[in-house]
Structure formats: structure tokens, C-alpha cells
Design a protein around this ligand. Structure first.
Ligand code: GLC
Ligand code: GLC
Length: 819
């Protein structure tokens, strides 16, 4: 069952009924000011950090699930009937409803009793404010007297404090209402130099800033007493819960239309210029007034909206494809790329599943996210890499997370996730392949953000590799530490007390438990390092990493191979995991993906064997589960993985992040049908028809789909902020479609499903616009290339000789034939 449809021409998903199985959300903002917005206008806004600078309040895990947002109420003043044009929170049945989620904006439209309303929400580029453009139309034959109320609930800025420290919070709330603009200035009198403002383009009939006056003490957002009465209280908040609500009276003649604009903004002032007059406690509003003057003019707001659309056209335009499969096209051209950008902006901080309070930026997560957006904005990837690398420890290890505001490593979680540093090598390699910017290797970067420790990024990469070599276990496989990619495989934690962290409770010395996944990842990282070192003519390093990789490969074929698949790990007792010897957890997806991606077994047939085992034991119609058989109980020596009921999360859930590794592996052994089949199984657009089961948005990937052991097999959770976005993008674009950036140029090497006769693509790469046409003329995967009519050797397009910066991109035509 569907709850809407894709409008690909507009690059929008159109929700056609408000009661979606879960709130289907979108993101506003792309630089510093962000918002989450659901299809019924739920959500909240923040500046830079969803915990420390939250503008509006949001209560997670609430009932109803999505309550609190950017609400409007419409009221027919002659009958007293009132409703929410976004359906929530009044839930009065609407005659028409539609929500269009686009890139960085959402438009919610509806109609009731002949009154049409359409609200466009977006954040202009370069601004720390959001605009709500409301258009009201009277489609009746008679005039309408309407009241329009806005409503947001301010938050006390530190969202964590906001949900805990009421003995203080209830006394500190402060507002100013000046010239019909509502200013929220809680804590501004002391250490804050920022405030929020909420304004309307119209002359007000009234306003409210006291929540209980607006709602009525025993009422909810679904029936505010002020809206019911059609009259604001002009209330001024002193403590308690400051809100912002405007009341506008609108007289609309039959057939008339009116546009009303609301602006919610965040403003910082210089510390010594906070007040106006200086010796007062009144906010200096000059800067906010400037923004208001500009954007309350519809012409400027419209212009900002078109600029936002053009910005996205530019970003998405870096790669556009036209294939025989519409789900592939819309994910690659629009939604998967968009999700990669959102994931880059948010890391794992704020979604409907991540509270915005908890996690910092993950070291491994950020390096992987980069794989999905680097082609759109390489300069931001560069910045991100340097930030991440500066949190690396001197011994090559890494803080598992760092805080986006301070950019410092997070001490609470610390380090010791032994896969972390290797992802840095992959991230840097991806950046250089895309941009050709070798100079990043010479950037002087600190360790642990300590001045005086600066060394070239190149050395950071060397230390990352060395970190693994310094930590080999009894079988010569890499020691796992607190966990590897699978945060929940905690072989050194042995946690038996509720509330303990599975990741940071360490009561084993960590000298025994080993990871085959890290072994595979190490080989992969060594290959990238060899490519980098070769270019730098550092032959010693090339030899070193090549030998180390060969040695590690040998080790894997010994202790890491189980006969039909790659093993997963050795536990603290030295017992194998992910082997026929186990009764539960016999086979895991991660080492099959990563080891084959590193090329292990591709030549000797073992890769195919491992992948066939994946097909046999792990694949389901809804995607590939993480392991089998699921753990039936909690095992002290395995940790969090066995804490989940079977079929959920890491305990045999379809952890979507890992599925593309298998797609890539299948492409590497030349099996395009299988690669694409796995791609289709978890492609959200291809799952749109089963939205009642899938539940999450059909336009973005979710972290997890419940596995076959779960009661709700096929149900997705944790949409938006997941490494799934980047890896699926890489799998489909670089390995199935085979458009792959390399150190020496763009490679074209598709491994297509057999029923495709080809596809077309345009790809911007290092200042060149490649127009690519691929035709299948045989049933194999051999590729021959013509560049502007000239056939070339191999599958890598030579780079153009002339530097191309600052000019119109040169267009090059590529013809590829697959036989
Ligand atoms: C979460 C984490 C990621 C980890 C994965 C598997 O998605 O953000 O770092 O690799 O879970 O445990
Ligand atoms: C939990 C989740 C896992 C995630 C981790 C991050 O363990 O199960 O997916 O990676 O939290 O801290």
C-alpha cells in the first residue's frame, strides 16, 4: 500500500494522506541552520548543534508520536470551525491534503470548506532563519472571514537541560514583543549572545508567548483555547514555557488569494553589543531587523527559494543517469544523493530516531559518509577529513566520536575501536580519487587536537596502518578492541550490570579477541595506501603495505576461512565465531563483504563460494540479514549484539549498511544480476508498494529492516542518518553502473544485470563533463571504451592535459560497449 507517489520531474515525494505509518520527514537547511519537518509539520529547528542550540522544543517518544512543530491554525470566524492545514495537531478531516518533500524544502497544502492553504517551508542559503510562506485561497462563492494563528514552542537552547532541569527552567524564560515581532531571550541576560525571533508579514490582531494561556492549562495542541475563542491573550512570558503565536485576521473575497509570510530566525550579537541601549537589558535587534526587512518581502523570499533549487540542481547534476529501472534513476539522481548530503550535514545527530542530544560525529561514520557526497562538494569533504584526522591519537588510534561544535574527541566514549583508523585511509583515498587534490597529504594536522603535534596527513595514514600491525592477536589477526565496524560485537566487555555501556565497559585485557573484518579492511586500506604512496614515489611505503597486506591475506586463509565462507572473529577465550562450529552466529555478512571487496578469493573461486553462502544463509526477500542463526539469548562474552531480540539491529536484522558490500562483492566477481537483485531488495523506492509494512519513508534508506527471525520481518527503522546511504550510492554508481573515480582518472566498468541493454549518464569529474553511453552487445562484462570517437586501451579514461579550472567544463563523450 502506498501513501503517496514520486514526482520525479519536480524531484519531490508527494505524500497524499497525512496518516502515514510513521512521520515521514524531511530536512530544512544545508549549512548552519537546520530543521526537521514531518509531513504534518511536526519537528524542530536548531542552529549548528541540535543539543546546544535548539530553537524550538520537540519531545521524542511522545504520544502521539509526532507532536510539536511549525503549526498553523485556520479558523472560520463566523462559524468558529478551526483546523490545522497540516492535519496535525487538530486532525480535523481535510477535504484535500498533500505534502511535497523536496531538497531542503517542504510544501504542505490542504483544503477545507473551500479554503485552500499551501505553506512552503525552507531555509535560504547563507541565512540562519527559516521562512514559512503561506498562501490562502478562498474558493467559495462567498467572502470568508478567517483567523490564522501560528504556533511554535521555544526551547531553552540546551535540549538536554530542557528535558531535565525544571526547577531552574521554569523561572528563566524571557521574551520581548516589539513591533509585532516575538523575541525569545531566555538566558540572554547572562552568558548567551544569541536569541530567536519569530515574525509575521501582517499587522497582528494579537499574539501569545505564554503556552498555558494559548492552549489552556488542561488542553493540548489539538484544541488551543485561544484558537477556539478566536482571540489571542497578548500574553507575555515570565518563566514557564515561552512560545510564539501570532494572530492574523484575513478577509478574503470570493476567489481571492493572499500570501502571508512567517520567519523564525536565530541571531548572534557581538558580546559587547548585546543590548540596545547598551546599559539596558533590551536585545539589540538591528541585525535581526535587517533579515526581517529582506525576507518579509515575498519577492526576496521567492528569489531565495529559487536559489535553493538551483543549488540542488547544481549538486545533483554532478551525476545523472538514465537506466531501464526507474527506482535506480530516482534514487541515484535525487533521493540517495540527497540523503548522502543530509547524512553529511547531520552525521548521526538529529533524526526521528536520533535525539540530537546523544552522539557526536563518528570517526568511522564520517569517513564512510564522505564516500557518498565527495563528488558533490569535494571542498567540504576536505575540511571534514582534516577535522577528523586532527582527533586521531598519536599511536594511530582514534577517538570514536568527536563533537561538531568543538571539533574535539569525545572523552566519554574514548578510543579503542580498532577498525576506526583504517576508515581514514579509505576516506582520504576517495577524496583524492575524486578531486585529484594530492596536496591534502601535505596538510599539517594535529594529533588529539594538541598544538605542536602537527604532521602531514600522509603520516596520519601511515600511523593508521601501523596501528593494526601493532595489535595482532594469537592467530595474527587484528585484535578487535572494544568493537570493530559492528559496534555491538563487544568481545572484551562482559557487561552484567544494567545501564552499563556495552562499548566502554572493558574488563578484559583485549589481547585475545580478534576480528576477521578488520583483517579484510586492513587489506583494503593497504591497497589504497599503496596507490597513494606510489603516487608520492615512496617506494618503501609501497613495499611495506603490499607485504603487510599479503601477509594478512595469508593469515585470513588460515584462521579466517571456514571452508564455505569467511569467519567473523575469535572471542576472548580464543573460540571462533562465524563458523560451522558455532550453533548460533555461524555466518556473518560483514567479512564476506569486506574480504571480497579487498579482492580476497576473487581469483581462486573462494569469493564466489562465500557469496553463495550469503545467498543461501542470509538473503531474504527484504534484504540480507547480518548473521545467522540469530542469538537466542544474551551471551556475556559477545555483548550488545546478543542483547537484541532475534531479527532486530545487529542480532540478525537486515542492517542495510552492509548489504551494499555484498552488492559490490557480487559485482567484483562479475555477477551483475545478483548485485542488482540485492540492490533492488532494499531500495526504498522499490519498496514503496509495501509502505504499510516497511513503515519508514519510501524515499530514503533506513539503517535497519527487521530480519526473518523478527515478528515484524520487513519493517524498517531508523531512517535517514545511516552509512547505508553512502554505501548504496557507491554500490550502484561505482560498481553496478561502474562509473568509478580512480587516482588516474575516471574508470567506466559496469557490471550490469543481464536484461539491461545499457544506460546513459553524465558525470562531472575534475572539471570535465563526461557524457557516457553504455551499450550491451554480449552477455559478459568485458568493456571497451571510445573517448570522443577514439578507442582506448583499458577502462580508465585518461585525464585531460590542460588544467581546466575556472573554465566552462569541457565535455567529453564516452562510448562503452559491454560484451
Ligand atoms: C551504527 C553506527 C556505526 C556502526 C553500525 C554497526 O550505524 O553508527 O558506526 O558501524 O551501527 O554497529
Ligand atoms: C547501539 C546500536 C548500534 C550503534 C551504537 C552506537 O549500540 O545498536 O547500531 O552503532 O549504539 O553507539
Amino acid at each position: 500500500m502506498k501513501f503517496g507517489y514520486f514526482d520525479d520531474a519536480q524531484r519531490e515525494y508527494v505524500v497524499t494522506r497525512p496518516d502515514t505509518p510513521l512521520p515521514w520527514i524531511n530536512y530544512l537547511g544545508s549549512e548552519e541552520y537546520f530543521g526537521l519537518i514531518s509531513n504534518t509539520a511536526g519537528g524542530y529547528s536548531f542552529y549548528k548543534d541540535a543539543r546546544l542550540r535548539r530553537l524550538t522544543r520537540y519531545r521524542y517518544n511522545n504520544s502521539p508520536l509526532d507532536m510539536g512543530g511549525r503549526y498553523l491554525y485556520l479558523r472560520e470566524d463566523n462559524t468558529g470551525t478551526y483546523w490545522s492545514p497540516s492535519w496535525m495537531p487538530t486532525r480535523l478531516q481535510l477535504d484535500e491534503y498533500e505534502c511535497r518533500h523536496g531538497q531542503g524544502y517542504t510544501v504542505i497544502s490542504s483544503k477545507l470548506n473551500g479554503i485552500k492553504s499551501s505553506t512552503r517551508y525552507f531555509v535560504p542559503l547563507g541565512e540562519s532563519l527559516e521562512i514559512w510562506q503561506v498562501t490562502l485561497t478562498n474558493e467559495n462563492e462567498s467572502d470568508a472571514d478567517l483567523s490564522l494563528f501560528s504556533a511554535i514552542e521555544f526551547c531553552l537552547w540546551d535540549a538536554n537541560d530542557d528535558t531535565t532541569n525544571f526547577q531552574r527552567n521554569y523561572s528563566i524564560g524571557q521574551v520581548e514583543v516589539v513591533d509585532d515581532v516575538i523575541y525569545h531571550k531566555t538566558e540572554y541576560r547572562e552568558r548567551r549572545d544569541h536569541f530567536a525571533y519569530f515574525a509575521c508579514s501582517e499587522k497582528l490582531a494579537g499574539f501569545d508567548t505564554v503556552r498555558e494561556d494559548f492552549l489552556g492549562t488542561y488542553r493540548g495542541w489539538n484544541e488551543p483555547v485561544v484558537v477556539e475563542n478566536g482571540q489571542s491573550c497578548n500574553s507575555e512570558a515570565h518563566g514557564w514555557q515561552p512560545i510564539g503565536s501570532h494572530h492574523v485576521k484575513v478577509h478574503l473575497k470570493a476567489g481571492d488569494q493572499k500570501q502571508i509570510t512567517f520567519i523564525l530566525g536565530y541571531q548572534e550579537n557581538p558580546k559587547d553589543d548585546k543590548f540596545d541601549p547598551l546599559d539596558s537589558q533590551i536585545i539589540n535587534k538591528k541585525s535581526a531587523k535587517k533579515a526581517l526587512e529582506k525576507y518579509l518581502q515575498p519577492i526576496n523570499a521567492d528569489k531565495a527559494f529559487y536559489e535553493l533549487c538551483e543549488y540542488w540542481t547544481m549538486l545533483l547534476g554532478k551525476l545523472q543517469v538514465s537506466t531501464p529501472d526507474e527506482h535506480t534513476d530516482r534514487m541515484v539522481n535525487i533521493w540517495n544523493a540527497y540523503q548522502c548530503m543530509v547524512t553529511f550535514n547531520m552525521s548521526r545527530s538529529a533524526s526521528y530516531f536520533e535525539s540530537g542530544i546523544g552522539r557526536g560525529m563518528g570517526f568511522r561514520d564520517s569517513n564512510q559518509d564522505l564516500l557518498g557526497f565527495v563528488h558533490m562538494i569535494p571542498e567540504r569533504a576536505r575540511e571534514r577529513i582534516l577535522d577528523i584526522a586532527a582527533t586521531q591519537l598519536k599511536d594511530g588510534g582514534a577517538f570514536h566520536q568527536y563533537q561538531p561544535l568543538t571539533k574535539r574527541g569525545n572523552n566519554d566514549v574514548g578510543s579503542g575501536f580498532n577498525d576506526d583508523p583504517l576508515w581514514l585511509v579509505l576516506g582520504v583515498a576517495a577524496y583524492i580519487k575524486e578531486s585529484g587534490d594530492w596536496s591534502i597529504l601535505d596538510e599539517l594536522v594535529q594529533y588529539e587536537n594538541e598544538s605542536g603535534t602537527e604532521s602531514p596527513l600522509y603520516e596520519h595514514l601511515q600511523r593508521s596502518i601501523q596501528y593494526t600491525l601493532d595489535r595482532l592477536g594469537p592467530n595474527d589477526l587484528p585484535l578487535i578492541g572494544r568493537a570493530d565496524w559492528n559496534d555491538c560485537l563487544n568481545l572484551n566487555c562482559f557487561s552484567d550490570t544494567p545501564g552499563q555501556s556495552f562499548q566502554t565497559t572493558t574488563n578484559k585485557d583485549g589481547k585475545v579477541a580478534e576480528s576477521v573484518l578488520i583483517a579484510g579492511l586492513f587489506v583494503l586500506a593497504c591497497q589504497e595506501m599503496a596507490g597513494i604512496a606510489r603516487h608520492c614515489e615512496d617506494h618503501t611505503e609501497v613495499n611495506k603495505v603490499q607485504n603487510a597486506a599479503a601477509e594478512m591475506e595469508k593469515t585470513v586463509w588460515g584462521a579466517g576461512w571456514d571452508g564455505d565462507w569467511f569467519r567473523r572473529a575469535y572471542d576472548d577465550f580464543g573460540h571462533v565465531l562465524g563458523s560451522k562450529e558455532n550453533t548460533e552466529g555461524q555466518i556473518f555478512i560483514e567479512p564476506q563483504g569486506i574480504c571480497v571487496m579487498a579482492g580476497l578469493g576473487v581469483e581462486n573461486g573462494k569469493a564466489v563460494k562465500a557469496l553463495d553462502s550469503v545467498g543461501e544463509h542470509l538473503a531474504t526477500p527484504h534484504g540480507i540479514v547480518l548473521q545467522q542463526p540469530a542469538f537466542s539469548q544474551y551471551y556475556l562474552h559477545l555483548g550488545e549484539i546478543s542483547s537484541y531480540p532475534p531479527g532486530y539491529k545487529e542480532n540478525a536484522g537486515i542492517f542495510c549498511h552492509t548489504n551494499p558490500w555484498i552488492m559490490i562483492a557480487e559485482a567484483m566477481v562479475g555477477r551483475g544480476d545478483k548485485a542488482f537483485d540485492y540492490y533492488r531488495r532494499i531500495n526504498p523506492s522499490a519498496r514503496e508498494e509495501i509502505s504499510e509494512l516497511h513503515k519508514c519513508e519510501p524515499y530514503v534508506y533506513a539503517q535497519m529492516i527487521a530480519g526473518k527471525d523478527a515478528a515484524t520481518h520487513g519493517e524498517a527503522k531508523n531512517s535517514w542518518l545511516t552509512g547505508t546511504a553512502a554505501w548504496n550510492y557507491v554500490a550502484i554508481t561505482q560498481h553496478i553502473l561502474g562509473i568509478r573515480p580512480g587516482f588516474d582518472g575516471l574508470e567506466i566498468k559496469p557490471v550490469l544485470p543481464s536484461d539491461w541493454n545499457g544506460f546513459e549518464a553524465t558525470r562531472s569529474f575534475r572539471g570535465v563533463r563526461y557524457e557516457i553511453s553504455v551499450k550491451r552487445e554480449g552477455s559478459g562484462n568485458d568493456v571497451s571504451l571510445e573517448v570522443d570517437g577514439q578507442s582506448i586501451e583499458g577502462t580508465v579514461i585518461p585525464l585531460p592535459n590542460a588544467p581546466l579550472t575556472g573554465q566552462e567544463p569541457k565535455t567529453v563523450k564516452i562510448k562503452a560497449v559491454v560484451r
